[in-house]
Design a protein around this ligand. Structure first.
Ligand SMILES: [Zn+2]
Length: 157
């Protein structure tokens, strides 16, 4: 159950994702998606889907929002605050204009998991409810990123 303060915060985040969906470039699918990342320090970064005639070059809203957060300095600020890459995202809201559930595609789930599994993935549900799941719940058998990182770091020392 979300606290009152978190509900207010998350509704604001969903509105940011909705606004971002309006900015999507999606002439092929007509499927506008917006995403909004809430960082550990309370800032919001948005992204939208950007399609491409080559199709595979299409970028999804969730990826764009994370890229914008990092380019906006959120990861650097987190490191300066003593946090790891797994702690800089507090939540991500996803909104499709056609009203489907907010759960990211599996490519985006993998992209998001680079930055932790314990943040909330949220979106608007029926009757103005907030749908909310931890990323961990959306990836029951995750790729072992921490082991991969440890092996790379180990081989460099
Ligand atoms: Zn995706």
């Amino acid at each position: 159950m979300l606290s009152k303060a978190t509900q207010v915060e998350y509704r604001n985040l969903i509105e940011a994702a909705k606004a971002a969906a309006e900015l999507a470039y999606c002439p092929y699918s007509q499927y506008n998606v917006g995403a909004a990342v809430l960082t550990f320090d309370g800032r919001i970064y948005t992204g939208c889907n950007v399609e491409n005639a080559g199709y595979t070059q299409t970028r999804h809203a969730e990826e764009a929002a994370v890229l914008n957060a990092i380019a906006g300095g959120a990861l650097k600020r987190a490191a300066e605050a003593g946090l790891t890459q797994f702690q800089f995202i507090k939540a991500i809201a996803v909104h499709s204009r056609k009203g489907s559930d907010p759960w990211p595609c599996c490519n985006c789930r993998q992209s998001l998991s680079e930055f932790g599994f314990d943040f909330d993935v949220i979106g608007e549900g029926p009757n103005n409810t907030i749908l909310c799941q931890k990323l961990r719940k959306l990836i029951p058998y995750p790729f072992p990123i921490e082991k991969v990182l440890a092996s790379v770091r180990g081989s460099r020392s």
